[in-house]
Design a protein around this ligand. Structure first.
Ligand code: ADP
Length: 574
């Protein structure tokens, strides 16, 4: 049955019953009122008249007859019962007789009898009418109760059924709509089919089915696209590994499988951190995945042995994020690790390094020999040189020293590039090394009238260092300080002891370094644009590598146009 019909029937019936109940009650109340009125009008008055007539008969006063006649006339107009008319007529006859013969006791007695008959008759009628009223009350109670109970039953049935009849389907419908919103397109609703909700359910189910079909067709397209991308990744010659936002491996191509030595079934779906416990390479790949990309992770290639050959890969981690609809900040949904095979470049690079090493090494001996010959030429025993020749000799000497410095730097660089820094770390006296560096740069400083101001504690523990390399670093730093300082200035050399380290700072009051180049000056071959002094841009890069290989640190503080302070720290020998 339709909800509308149900509602119309239920509420309509209730409405009819309420009208019936109120009419019934009104009718019964009216009936009871008219019954009481009848008793009063019909019988009570006759009893009153009869009582006055009896009193008038017994009183024998002068106006007794007149009064009797008056009440008898009233009674004659109030005939309500059967036989009452005859009895009243008899009374009139007997009264007429009595008026003519007032002493006749028989007539008087007849009048009394008539009066009592009249009273009895009306008393009986009152009793009968009272019984009838009682019956009316009983039947009123019965019918009002029946109608009231029916009203209650219908109202109760409506109360129990109607809300759930309407609310239940709405509830089911809203649940199903939620399911559809959550992309569960297989959701359907099943209502009684012949009411309004049935029609609604039909429309809803058609909509859900269409959505399901649409979704399935889209799914097929998406699956196709997914397969295409998977094939593309698989065909790539570089290893690619995909991780979700919880670091679970979601894909890996054949190249990645090969270098990791793990098949898809051993990789896909597994937590990368668990696999990394057993797989060193995977551990190296994910170790800094959360860290912000640094120069080190970007430039240092990873050496991998796979299929009996050594390969070099450059790691590139891409964090995949997107901006969800309606949100302000992007959400990370995964990471992709790309390994770029740089074995070929690495081979070329090491060939270049070897070439530089060989050339620098080969250059060193002839340069040293030139230096020795120069010293011999300076000896007056060989022959005296005229001033021009002396000047030329000095110039050759300068160029040779520069060449020696460059070949030295290039040789050191080849050590750094090949990763073969040969260190002999032993307890050493840092002050002695510092003194050596000062002596080595003394002539250069004197040339520019630059003074050194040294501040250091009286006693100093030994440091763990490679004396030769540390001397080279300090010489390089002091030499730079001299080169980039103005004439007649001072270089401050400060030695400080910290709980675990000894720190040396070399402070100059020269041109300084502008902030944008502060991080770059330690890069290989980097020279601040516009630097007019000769140099290779290798000194600081080599110094950094050497000092870090010894477990120390190097840093710079600088104020542009006011000077720079280079600090290096070395571990104490315990
Ligand atoms: P270079 O052979 O060019 O001196 P370095 O690696 O020693 O190579 O230095 C790199 C660059 O850093 C230099 O070219 C120079 O511009 C800058 N630099 C180094 N030391 C100082 C300093 N004390 N004051 C100002 N600039 C400096």
């Amino acid at each position: 049955m339709k909800i509308k019909t149900k509602l119309t029937l239920g509420v309509g019936l209730l409405f009819l019953l309420i009208i019936l109940l109120s009419s019934l009650s009104t009718w019964y109340v009216y009936k009871l009122k008219s019954d009481t009125e009848n008793v009063l009008v019909d019988n009570y008055r006759t009893l009153e008249y009869s009582r006055y007539m009896l009193l008038s008969l017994e009183s024998m006063s002068a106006d007794a007859m007149t009064k009797f006649d008056e009440f008898l006339s009233k009674q004659e107009k109030n005939i309500t019962e059967i036989n009452e008319k005859e009895v009243t007529q008899n009374l009139r006859n007997h009264f007429d007789l009595f008026r003519n013969n007032k002493t006749d006791e028989d007539i008087k007695s007849n009048i009394r009898k008539d009066l009592f008959k009249l009273m009895d008759m009306n008393m009986l009628s009152i009793r009968r009418k009272s019984e009838m009223a009682k019956e009316t009350v009983n039947s009123a109670i019965f019918w009002i109760a029946v109608t009231g109970a029916s009203c209650f039953l219908i109202a109760f049935t409506l109360l129990i059924n109607l809300p759930s009849n309407i609310a239940d389907p709405i509830q089911e419908l809203s649940k199903s709509i939620k399911q559809i919103a959550d992309k569960n397109y297989s959701q359907r609703v099943h209502f009684e089919s012949n009411n309004e909700f049935g029609a609604l359910a039909k429309s809803f189910n058609v909509m859900a089915q269409k959505l399901e079909e649409y979704n399935n067709s889209n799914l097929a397209k998406i699956m196709m696209e997914k397969r295409r991308v998977e094939t593309l990744i698989d065909k790539m010659h570089d290893p690619v590994i995909g991780l979700d936002e919880n670091m679970r491996i979601i894909f890996a191509n054949a190249e990645a499988n090969q270098i990791l030595g793990l098949s898809d079934s051993e990789l896909i779906g597994f937590q990368s951190k668990d696999l990394a416990l057993k797989n060193d390479l995977l551990r190296a790949l994910i170790i800094d995945i959360d860290a912000v990309e640094t120069e080190v992770t970007k430039t240092k290639p990873i050496r991998i042995f796979a299929n009996g050959k050594e390969s070099y890969f450059e790691k590139d981690i891409q964090h995949i994020s997107f901006l969800p609809t309606g949100e302000n900040s992007p959400k990370i949904i995964g990471h992709v690790i790309l390994l770029k095979n740089v074995t070929e470049y690495k081979a070329l690079d090491s060939a270049k390094t070897n070439f530089i090493a060989t050339v620098s090494h080969e250059f060193k001996t002839p340069i040293a020999s030139i230096k020795m010959s120069l010293q011999l030429l300076e000896n007056e025993q060989i022959g005296k040189l005229n001033p021009e020749q002396q000047k030329l000799l000095e110039s050759i000497n300068d160029d040779t020293s520069r060449l020696l410095k460059i070949t030295g730097e290039l040789l050191n660089m080849t050590q750094v590039e090949s990763g073969n820094i040969q260190l002999s770390i032993l307890p050493a006296n840092l002050l002695e090394i510092l003194q050596y560096a000062i002596n080595a740069t003394k002539t250069q400083a004197d040339f520019k009238q630059i003074k050194f101001e040294i501040s250091c504690p009286e006693t100093l523990p030994q440091v763990l260092a490679d004396s030769e390399k540390t001397a080279w670093i300090l010489t390089n730093l002091i030499s730079n300080a001299i080169r980039y300082s103005y004439e007649n200035s001072t270089i401050y050399l400060t030695v400080l002891e910290t709980p675990k380290q000894i720190k040396i700072s070399i402070k100059d009051t020269g041109q300084g370094i502008s902030p944008e180049y502060k991080d770059k000056i330690f890069n290989r071959y980097f020279r601040i644009p516009g630097t007019k002094k000769e140099g290779t841009g290798l000194g600081l890069a080599i110094s950094k590598e050497f000092i870090e290989a010894q477990g120390g640190q190097i840093s710079v503080e600088s104020e542009f146009a006011a000077g720079s302070t280079f600090s290096l720290s070395l571990n104490k020998s315990s």
